[in-house]
Design a protein around this ligand. Structure first.
Ligand SMILES: [Fe+2]
Length: 330
């Protein structure tokens, strides 16, 4: 969306500067200079600059030949900075004792939102391959409900299943898909070997993995009515996969030792000392936005909230790099 805006405003600036030159030659009504500068200020500086050179317009006017090039440099620097903020993949490592008795390394990929790093998901998969995880968990929003092309998610899964078993739960964006397209997509990735973990419990080398997708919560109503699983025994080492971090009452009631969640995208902008600015549910300064939380309960439930990989409606991340989470549990 942002790039479309940028392209459009630059085309408009190019045309409007050209029209103004034409009007100047005819000696008729002119486009106000304030409007011309405004176009450059609001992102159209490159289009304005090119138009100035092509039509030899305003090139002797100090207000333009200084302001427009300065704005071009400033806006180019802002775009490069914004691109880096959105695309610099970071890896966060955790080591947690959950009473498993041996070590297992888990990679969590959350909120991919049909994003690719580079030309394909190669960079992301290379990074995961280097970690050599025992399992990969995908905690929802691998697709984006607003741009339901499954190519990026599918090619990610295609590569991921070659690295380690992949457990995948639904997020609110899988929930947004029509039932038929979701079924088709699920069928395709299941054939690749992806394990759909909504409402499922698995025992992987003694680690209990339970999946609560957003689809589950929607189908069953509020988390208070959630009845898919009985609470797990205190002796079990339980890893709960959940998309939304807000339902900590449910997660602690089930006796999860560790919850891996996402959804909040780090709050888009992380203000040091204050927190994440805005959740996808339009909640300012959400309680959970990144990192490790003590959720409490009898099992001393801990929860890691991933900042996620991609973006949805708001393609903006500041001080909030895309994140792969690596947890070694023992
Ligand atoms: Fe998301």
């Amino acid at each position: 969306m942002f790039w479309i805006y940028l392209i459009l405003i630059n085309i408009v600036a190019f045309i409007v500067y050209g029209i103004d030159k034409f009007k100047a030659q005819k000696g008729s009504w002119r486009v106000p200079e304030r409007f011309l500068i405004g176009l450059a200020v609001f992102g159209g500086s490159l289009g304005a600059g090119i138009s100035m050179l092509v039509f030899r317009h305003k090139i002797r006017k100090r207000k333009f030949y200084i302001t427009v090039p300065v704005l071009i440099l400033l806006q180019a620097a802002l775009c490069a900075w914004g691109y880096y903020q959105n695309n610099h993949l970071t890896v966060s490592y955790y080591e947690l004792d959950i009473g498993l008795g041996h070590e297992m390394t888990i990679v969590q990929v959350s909120d991919l939102h049909a994003k690719a790093f580079g030309k394909d998901p190669g960079n992301l998969l290379d990074e995961i391959m280097e970690i050599k995880p025992d399992i990969i968990v995908v905690t929802g929003d691998a697709v984006d409900g607003q741009y339901p092309s499954f190519d990026k998610a599918e090619s990610f899964f295609e590569g991921a299943v070659k690295i380690a078993p992949v457990y995948y739960i639904s997020g609110n964006h899988e929930e947004m898909l029509s039932e038929s397209s979701r079924d088709e997509y699920y069928e395709k990735i299941e054939k690749m070997g992806v394990i759909l973990a909504d409402d499922q419990v698995f025992n992987v080398d003694g680690l209990i993995i339970a999946g609560i997708g957003d689809l589950t919560l929607t189908r069953l109503g509020t988390p208070e009515r959630f009845k898919i699983f009985d609470a797990f025994s205190a002796d079990d080492a339980v890893l709960l996969l959940a998309h939304e971090p807000d339902h900590t009452d449910l997660y602690t009631r089930l006796g999860a030792d560790l919850v891996l969640a996402g959804h909040v995208h780090g709050g888009q902008v992380i203000i040091p000392g204050v927190g994440g600015l805005l959740s996808p549910d339009v909640e300012f300064f959400p309680d959970y936005y990144e990192g490790l939380y003590e959720a409490g309960g009898e099992a001393d439930t801990r929860m890691i909230v991933s900042r996620g990989i991609g973006n949805s409606v708001l393609p903006l991340r500041i001080n909030n790099y895309p994140e792969l989470v690596v947890v070694t549990v023992k």
